[in-house]
Design a protein around this ligand. Structure first.
Ligand code: 26Y
Length: 822
């Protein structure tokens, strides 16, 4: 019989072409005469979406069974990055689609570049959530990511006169072909009001919450494909809407504007992502956001559990809920409320279920970043939850007393409530008390957690604690971002590494192979050339692809010390000014990253980078040997261009401050060498790569503590180091800011008088290390060898490894085979 491919599922080039043309006409309503690039992108996106729906539905069918345990990853942020290219990789149809698009007279890369990425996260924590969803699907673990469907994600960054300017991110402007709204699965969330006690029919003391307002949560689902398997998990993001009946009363009373106003107020909740990462300011709307998405998600989880015939007492057998930092930790009180108040389960049973279901990942050691909510704010928004937290706390402190009798200091330290003139709910304490597992995100970080931030919790329940070193997905961060390298690797060692990154070790045997080295180098050069071209287009700057590409991309933060990098650049510049004949390794310093809009010092650091760039790039004495580039609007899409082109990865945070870092892993996998401190996952990267392949500098965490304990005086370093003094004096004098002497005064003042992050203490060590880098780069053969070995040894940092550890040690989740339904 004649085989006819279905236009919605067929994978031959002919069928893909036909389906693409069809979607352009029937979905975009355009033909080739008037179609824009974006129309073509949309037509292709729908063509791909058609081909993944079958897997999605088959997956839901395979997983919707009582014996299946589902991982629920609760996160206020998911930084997914563009979907199209990644889905082509997962479906294994990149080449067919490229050909189909080419034969349609278009260019696939150009269409892929059309996609506006969903920037629903700030940085590391949000991107980690996305990598974890990718690995969960790759490993066929049933999982749902739950979060917020922000109408406006992280702002777009523009640079004007060297300063950051924030532009609203209108990512939904042209529609989102990757999501499907599921209005039939809408849930209600209540806020405000008060509580009332009553005695129920069975004579039991109960509490009822009389809320002040109700919001509706509408789920929008996006499929998350597994790599070349049949699994497609779900990212379910909640949009806040007004309830159907919102306007009845007000409308009947003629208060039309009042009614519309109330509707707008409801929809505010999922309007915008808060653009802060570490330093926190407790805004009511943020707490509303957190509670909103968590309540929606828990109701959804319970609904599914009951639907497959589960009993609530067994919830922890079918659900593992992971808290991505404390942002969703209100879930602990909300699950207690749902179980006790709504489902009439006794407190002790409910607490068992809750603890067994939840687990908590901490992502920060910075004390100022620990979430806490003023009691007054908390109580007015969530009166019942506050009562529940008090009750959790009462029982919890009783347990503590039993274990440590008479230790009142410990009670105060462990309490979920911080006492004082203003009282606060401590969310990390709620998360720790209500979870059966607590983890940090790198070995060092997990140790420091036990020693500092969560020390008392560790002494109380050491068995809850473990380390889960972060990882990143090799599908997006090698295959998709660096296809030439992926091809070379597969050609050399087969393609098993994509699912089992440990296999990269087999590359070690090519480290000395001249032919392999030269191909490795050529690929890096190609990637650098591409980036150089992109830099020229975006900034007008011309950079030399043969110079050393030295890159620092990440959120701008004082603890991440972008300005330490700048101090070195100025140092090099000064050397060249003093002796224009000096032989130096030509370098291109590339920066990218956003500053929280209210974080003045971070914004000043951006201005500093741009000011120094102006001076260095235009000085004839430099003769193009140094270039400094700040690339605006760093995001996932741009990351995919940057990591493959990097030769030196800057991971220079003050030891003990960066929980893990994940960019460090992406750089390393793609063959960049690291200059870094012993901080976060750098420690493990160095361990794996071998210390001879890592440029280490700076104080250790212990040395940082010791130095601060004995009284750190940054001026000692300033006074004792002429090169450093010259750099600081230049910052103060205005030579780096077109004569504006006061521009960098706050920075200089910080560095000389406080220097919380010890830049001056680490300056000399950093300079010497950077000089060694420059030297090492001159021996290209040796550098290439280090680069190959480095990549070969990064297997540990696959998010697949991390997810396996979570599954085994925390979630008790196993793979579920998906059979494709016809
Ligand atoms: C509370 C609110 C203001 C807030 C919002 C976002 C607080 C923190 C954040 C984001 C934090 C974050 O991205 N942390 C990073 O998590 C990565 C993944 O574990 C780590 O690699 C990285 O070191 C850490 O800074």
């Amino acid at each position: 019989p004649v085989q006819i491919e279905d236009d919605r599922t067929g994978l031959s080039v002919e069928t893909l072409k036909r389906a693409f043309a069809d979607n352009l006409f029937y979905i975009q309503g355009k033909n080739a005469d008037i179609a824009t690039l974006n129309d073509y992108y949309m037509a292709l996106a729908y063509t791909v979406r058609d081909r993944l729906l079958q897997r999605w539905l088959s997956t839901i069918k395979a997983q919707l069974k009582p014996e299946v345990k589902v991982v629920y990853y609760l996160s206020a942020e998911f930084l997914m990055g563009p979907h199209l290219g990644n889905n082509l990789v997962s479906l294994g149809i990149y080449d067919q689609v490229r050909q189909a698009i080419q034969e349609s007279g278009l260019n696939l890369e150009e269409l892929i570049a059309q996609e506006e990425e969903p920037g629903l996260g700030n940085g590391g924590l949000g991107r980690l959530a996305a990598c974890y969803l990718d690995s969960l699907a790759a490993l066929e673990i049933p999982a749902v990511g739950y979060g917020l469907r922000y109408e406006f994600g992280i702002f777009d960054q523009e640079i004007r006169d060297g300063w950051q300017v924030e532009i609203t991110d209108k990512w939904l402007r042209y529609g989102n072909p990757w999501e499907i709204a599921r209005p039939e699965a809408t849930v209600e969330v209540k806020l405000g009001g008060h509580t009332e006690a009553f005695v129920d029919g069975a004579g039991r003391y109960r509490v009822r919450w009389i809320p002040e307002r109700t919001i509706v949560g509408v789920p929008y689902d996006t499929p998350v494909l597994g790599f070349k398997n049949n699994a497609a998990n779900t990212l379910r993001l909640w949009k806040a809407e007004a309830p159907e009946s919102f306007d009845f009363q007000a409308f009947n009373l003629g208060d039309y504007y009042g009614a519309v106003n109330a509707k707008m107020y409801s929809e505010n909740i999922s309007k915008v992502l808060y653009p802060n990462d570490e330093p926190l300011q407790g805004r009511e709307l943020r707490l509303e956001q957190q509670f909103f998405f968590v309540s929606c998600s828990l109701q959804d989880i319970i609904r599914r559990h009951l639907y497959v015939g589960g009993k609530l007492e067994d919830l922890h057998n079918s659900a593992a809920i992971q808290l991505n930092d404390t942002h969703p930790s209100i879930g602990i009180a909300e699950l207690m409320r749902l179980l006790v108040d709504e489902h009439n389960i006794d407190w002790d049973t409910a607490w068992q279920i809750t603890q067994n279901t939840f687990a908590y990942t901490n992502h920060t050691l910075l004390p100022e970043a620990l979430e806490r909510w003023p009691l007054s704010l908390f109580g007015s928004l969530l009166p019942r939850h506050l009562e529940i937290i008090f009750e959790i706390n009462r029982r919890f402190l009783q347990e503590v007393s039993a274990k440590f009798p008479g230790d009142t200091g410990r009670l105060a330290r462990l309490s979920l409530i911080q006492e004082g003139p203003e009282k606060f709910v401590r969310m990390a304490h709620l998360a720790s008390a209500g979870s059966h597992a607590i983890n940090g995100v790198a070995a060092l970080h997990s140790e420091l957690l036990k020693r500092d931030v969560l020390r008392d919790f560790y002494e109380l329940s050491p068995e809850k604690f473990s380390n889960k070193t972060n990882g990143v997905t090799p599908r997006r961060w090698i295959m998709l971002s660096n296809p030439e390298l992926a091809f070379l690797i597969s050609e050399s060692i087969g393609d098993g590494w994509i699912k089992n990154l440990g296999e990269l070790r087999e590359l070690e045997r090519f480290a000395n192979d001249k032919e392999f080295q030269s191909r490795w180098r050529q690929i890096k050069l190609n990637n650098k050339t591409n980036l150089a071209e992109y830099i020229r287009k975006r900034t007008g700057l011309v950079v030399d692809p043969h110079s050393l590409f030295d890159i620092q991309v990440k959120r701008i933060h004082e603890y991440k010390r972008q300005h330490l990098n700048v101090l070195y650049i100025i140092t090099l510049y000064n050397r060249l000014k003093q002796n224009p004949e000096l032989e130096i390794t030509p370098r291109t310093f590339i920066f990218g990253g956003k500053a929280a809009p209210g974080y003045f010092m971070a914004k000043l650091i951006i201005k500093l980078i741009n000011s120094v760039a102006d001076v260095v790039n235009n000085d004839p004495d430099v003769g193009g040997r140094l270039k400094v580039v700040f690339l605006p609007d760093y995001n996932v899409t741009f990351g995919q261009r940057v990591y493959p082109a990097a030769e030196l990865s800057e991971q220079i945070s003050t030891a003990g401050k960066e929980a893990s870092g994940t960019g460090n892993m992406k750089f390393s996998m793609n063959g960049a060498l690291t200059i870094g401190t012993l901080d976060g996952a750098n420690v493990e990267i160095r361990e794996e790569a071998g210390e001879e392949n890592f440029f280490l500098f700076g104080l250790t965490t212990e040395e940082v503590y010791a130095l601060k304990a004995r009284g750190y005086n940054p001026r000692d370093y300033y006074n004792g180091n002429p090169a450093l003094r010259q750099v600081i004096d230049q910052l103060a004098s205005g030579v780096l800011s077109s004569g504006e002497t006061h521009l960098f005064a706050p920075l200089v003042d910080h560095l000389l008088n406080r220097d919380e992050y010890l830049l001056l203490a680490d300056y000399q060590s950093y300079v010497e290390c950077q000089d060694r880098v420059g030297e090492a780069y001159r021996d290209q053969e040796h550098w290439t060898r280090m680069s190959i070995l480095n990549s070969a040894r990064m297997g540990k940092f696959s998010s697949d490894r991390a997810i396996r550890e979570y599954c085994e040690d925390i979630w008790g989740a196993v793979a579920v085979d998906v059979v494709l339904e016809e």
